[in-house]
Write a protein that binds this ligand. Structure first.
Ligand code: ADP
Length: 353
């Protein structure tokens, strides 16, 4: 294996300049120095970790090609190369390379930087924008068709009433969608712990339960709260209420009538767990990983029917992670689901501790 100590290996009987090695050791990312024949005379650990170098040989044909160009022209080359993530599978890393001729001794310096994470973030953003446009088109398209239908049926008051009430539904869907997109981007940009308030968990839960009671009643779902010992958490009241609200609302929306949705808490040392359990349709194992993704819905038709946007759980996940907590889910199809939020406790109420 190529080791850092070997970086001081002699090249043609001469050591590499100390200043060059010291400079390279201060740089972020991977670096290599190659002697003619592309023999590495210096390589830091990152170069090996990236998979660019193995058993003392450069692994990428693309990179070797650009090194040859530098040797021929004596001019710096910049570009990107793809390196396999491992010996199996198709996963690749995108790596930015700078190949620089070092005029002394025909040495070539290669600087590499893994851009996969930046690339991934860029792709997530691009997909998000594409998804938003797609999601907005549906209600906007429906509104435009319905308004034409209203105009076409202006002498038929019954038809006008029918189309107008469908317009109201689509307008509400549009408003909800825009509101959730705004909420998600606010949550992503905020740091709730920077101007955190001290909040009673029981108060937060009661507020969220109150907000969901009307929908639960209309769907004949019994909402229960097993109020246990209270504790306080640090954070943003509106955001935490919204997180619990979204979980309760989903539990209600994805459950048949005459079932129960129960909210409970448990305290273990300095962590409080808030659980929202339902007796609803459940989520298949294959889907469970994906439900926190933006706009992901197991059954788009059902989600649309209940006015879902596919953003609710990704908002919850962001809120909880910004509060230093985590969310998990247990679910079994046609049995029910339990979503659990774990948050760090600020303090336990003295009279109940
Ligand atoms: P939506 O607005 O569609 O409800 P969410 O992000 O809140 O979007 O949830 C994503 C998907 O996860 C939902 O479309 C639904 O398929 C599934 N889901 C969420 N909560 C539950 C639940 N309590 N029971 C069953 N399925 C659920």
């Amino acid at each position: 294996m190529w080791r850092r100590e070997k970086s001081l290996a002699e090249h043609d009987g001469r050591e590499l300049p100390e200043l060059l090695l010291r400079t390279l050791s201060q740089l972020d990312g991977a670096s290599l120095i190659l002697a003619p024949g592309e023999i590495p005379v210096y390589a830091n650990d990152e170069a090996e970790n990236l998979g660019v170098l193995k058993d003392g040989r450069i692994q990428s044909e693309e990179l070797l090609a650009s090194i040859r160009v530098v040797r021929r022209t004596n001019l710096k080359q910049t570009g990107t190369v793809e390196i396999a993530r491992g010996p199996i599978g198709e996963g690749k890393r995108e790596i930015t390379v700078n190949v620089i001729p070092l005029s002394e001794d025909n040495l070539v310096l290669v600087l590499l930087r893994d851009e996969s994470e930046a690339q991934r973030v860029h792709e997530v953003r691009r997909d998000f924008v594409a998804n938003i446009s797609h999601e907005l088109k549906t209600p906007i398209g429906a509104l435009s068709l319905l308004s034409e239908a209203v105009l076409g049926a202006k002498d038929d008051s019954e038809a006008v009433t029918k189309f107008a009430s469908r317009m109201q539904i689509e307008a509400k869907r549009l408003t909800d969608l825009v509101q959730e997109i705004i909420q998600l981007s606010r949550v992503q940009d905020s740091d709730p712990l920077q101007e955190a308030q001290s909040l009673s968990v029981n108060d937060l839960l009661k507020e969220a339960l109150d907000q969901c009671r009307t929908t639960a009643d209309s769907r004949k779902i019994a909402l229960t709260f097993a109020e246990g010992a209270d504790c306080r958490v640090l954070g943003d009241r509106e955001q935490l209420t919204m997180a619990v609200h979204n979980l309760i609302e989903n539990a209600v929306n994805y459950s048949p009538p005459d079932t129960q949705v129960s909210v409970s808490t448990s305290i273990d040392q300095n962590i409080v767990t808030v659980s929202v359990a339902d007796q609803g349709i459940g989520i298949a194992d294959a889907e469970i990983e994906r439900i926190f993704e933006r706009f992901y819905r197991v059954d788009p038709a059902r989600s649309r029917e209940t006015g879902g946007t596919g953003l609710g759980l990704s908002i919850v996940k962001h809120i909880i992670s910004k509060h230093g907590g985590e969310i998990s889910v247990w679910s079994s199809e046609n049995v029910g689901s339990t979503f659990s939020i774990r948050l760090p406790i600020q303090s336990i109420k003295e009279d109940e501790a």
